[in-house]
Design a protein around this ligand. Structure first.
Ligand code: ADP
Ligand code: MG
Length: 599
């Protein structure tokens, strides 16, 4: 093949560029709603067919576009929002690159219908895969409506990468939720397949909207927070410490009303909650930071979800300080925040904060804020224990999988109420009590579900408990409800955004059903969508086993330890827990000898 250089045809350039911005239906929803907001709309309706994979429409009552300009809106780099290069650094509107409409139109069939209030008629323009196919005058309401169909029809690869309709719809709802939280004064309606699934009235106080979107239990238990430092301001709501979640999914951050993801802000929030909530639990919060646009660069990431702060330390201290005060019930003071959360901060935590700031600065300087998304979202260990991913390798004493004859073990005692220590003919053996119990429960659940009756034993609740879910949680719930039943968790729709829990798996009879359900759903939603039914069932059983298992930090009697060992001996795959962590490790006699210098 000759390697001659050719210019790419425009159409191809368009497709490539579109791929960067338009990843999935949710990206289209986001761009269209933001355009509506930029146009001053106070009423926005989003319609989706098949989770947004088939068709999408966003209709607004904003300013509309003049017929003379409408075709221009589909030209690349055509924008009404900046005129000079320097303006890029002073952006206050959402769009500013003039890329969204052309990018959407390059990979779909798009029809834009629009009218300005001063015009008697409007215009409709149809574009198919980047080519204008129709443009004519029409009668239509004031505002703009953009309909999109044949999504990615001309980009089969991207089409193939789409997940199920439910998952794509979930992403769309995530985008809508993020925007809705920041714009309480805008009425927002969402319809799927013609059915209204969300109707948020315009309200003056964001409290009402946050309560609606984050679920009923949150609205009763949220704390107002406010603070400022220099020209920076923060406001928002956070959850009371009793109300925790298993993941960081309910943490929403905004900078100048723009939703962002930021590891540093998450870190600051966890600092404030550090002593108030258990390890690996997360609060819910919607936090709005406002600062002069020169103090934040929103131009770092193509999807504009990451920003760069000019003064990260001040931001960190403002967030952690204001949250800390709000949580301790102190009234917000202006000026420098009282350093309550920093006072009495343990040395390790202070070090961790410094590391987070250093990491942030380094990454900002290298121009890419590549925070480990998986970790931040799943919230696993980012703020806890040693982060092995950071180059430290976990201590492994014995690599090969060994079999243990549990009858040969002498129980010596418990370390840190977590590890059971045994002497065995091969050396010293240490077992993680939680991991061991998890594996036992997991295999029990699996065996019960595979038995002819096919049902896991459950415990009916004396008083069924009503739980309210967010729109996204509701969609997931519908997807998993049958599996829940097989696992002994009986939950039924209860009208609107609520479900009722009637029974829980017998191994979990001591857990609070509402918390169990909301954690379960957030766990399932973070996992993405496992392919097969059995994978999904395993995921569900893993969660339940983890919940039912004896915790680390729990003291066990010798009798209980014995029982645990007996159960483990009769369990398949005893060497690891369902998450894949080891159940025991052995420090063999040869290793002991080496460590003591005998060899
Ligand atoms: P950007 O938002 O970055 O300017 P877009 O491609 O999203 O670029 O939109 C191009 C232009 O089309 C906008 O600058 C705006 O003038 C116009 N426009 C797009 N959507 C709307 C809308 N819903 N209402 C009014 N004008 C719109
Ligand atoms: Mg735009």
């Amino acid at each position: 093949m000759s390697g001659s250089i050719v210019l790419l045809p425009d159409e191809l350039i368009g497709k490539i560029a579109a791929g960067e911005v338009i990843e999935r239906p949710a990206s289209i929803v986001k761009e269209l709603i933001e355009n509506a907001l930029d146009a001053g709309a106070t009423d926005i309706t989003v319609e989706m067919e098949k989770g947004g994979c088939e068709a999408l429409r966003v209709t607004d009552n904003g300013s509309g576009i003049d017929p003379a300009d409408a075709a221009l809106a589909f030209e690349r780099y055509a924008t009404s929002k900046i005129y000079h290069f320097d303006d890029i650094y002073r952006v206050t509107s959402f769009g500013f690159r003039g890329e969204a409409l052309p990018s959407i139109a390059a990979v779909t069939h798009t029809t834009l219908t629009t009218r300005k209030v001063e015009n008697l008629s409007g215009v409709t323009i149809a574009v198919e895969a980047g080519v204008v196919t129709e443009s004519r005058e029409v009668g239509c309401p004031v505002g703009t409506s953009v309909s999109v169909s044949h999504i990615f029809a001309n980009v089969p690869v991207r089409r193939k990468f789409l997940k199920s309709e439910k998952v794509e719809q979930g992403h769309c709802l995530d985008v809508i939720t993020r925007i809705a939280l920041a714009h309480p004064a805008v009425r927002l309606r969402v319809l799927t397949g013609g059915r209204e699934i969300l109707n948020l009235p315009a309200v003056s106080d964001s409290r009402q909207r946050i309560g609606l979107l984050l679920g009923g239990d949150f609205s009763d238990r949220m704390v107002l927070l406010q603070g400022n430092r220099g020209e920076m301001r923060i406001g928002g709501y956070c959850s009371q410490p009793e109300l925790t979640r298993s993941g960081a999914r309910q943490l929403f951050f905004y900078v100048n009303r723009r939703y962002i993801r930021d590891a540093l802000l998450s870190h600051a929030v966890m600092t404030a909650y550090r002593q108030l909530i258990p390890a690996r639990r997360f609060p819910a919060a919607a936090l709005f930071l406002d600062m002069p646009s020169g103090d934040v660069d929103v131009n770092v990431h193509p999807a504009k979800m990451e920003v760069r702060f000019r003064h990260p330390r001040e931001v960190y201290e403002l967030v952690a300080g204001s949250l800390g005060r709000a949580l301790s019930g102190l009234s917000p003071v202006s000026g420098l925040p009282e350093p309550d959360v920093f006072r009495g901060m343990s040395k390790t935590h202070a070090v961790r904060m410094e590391e987070a700031l250093k990491r942030y600065t380094l990454q900002s300087e290298s121009g890419k804020l590549s925070f480990d998304r998986e970790k931040t979202e799943g919230g696993k260990d980012r703020f806890g224990k040693v982060d092995y991913a950071d180059g430290v390798s976990p201590p492994v004493f014995s690599e090969k999988i060994e079999t243990v004859d549990f009858a040969d073990l002498d129980y010596l005692g418990q370390v840190d109420h977590t590890y059971l220590v045994f002497s065995s003919p091969k050396g010293l053996m240490m077992m993680d009590q939680h991991a061991a119990h998890e594996r036992i429960l997991f295999e029990k659940l699996r065996a019960a579900s595979e038995a002819p009756s096919g049902r896991v034993a459950c415990q009916s609740l004396l008083i069924p408990e009503v739980v309210s879910l967010t729109p996204r949680e509701m969609a997931l719930f519908e997807e998993f409800v049958d599996l829940f039943k097989d696992a002994g968790l009986e939950v039924e729709p209860f009208g609107g955004d609520t479900v009722v829990v009637k029974a829980v798996p017998a191994i979990l009879d001591r857990t609070e059903p509402a918390i169990l359900l909301s954690d379960l759903i957030s766990d399932l939603s973070e996992a993405g969508r496992p392919a097969s039914l059995s994978e999904r069932r395993d995921r569900l059983f893993t969660f339940l086993a983890c919940r039912g298992a004896v915790k680390a930090g729990h003291s066990l009697s010798a009798m209980e330890v014995k029982r645990l060992c007996q159960d483990l001996a009769g369990t398949p795959h005893p060497q690891s827990c369902p998450h894949g962590r080891p159940v025991w490790i052995t420090l063999g006699l040869p290793e002991l000898e080496k460590m003591f210098g005998r060899r």
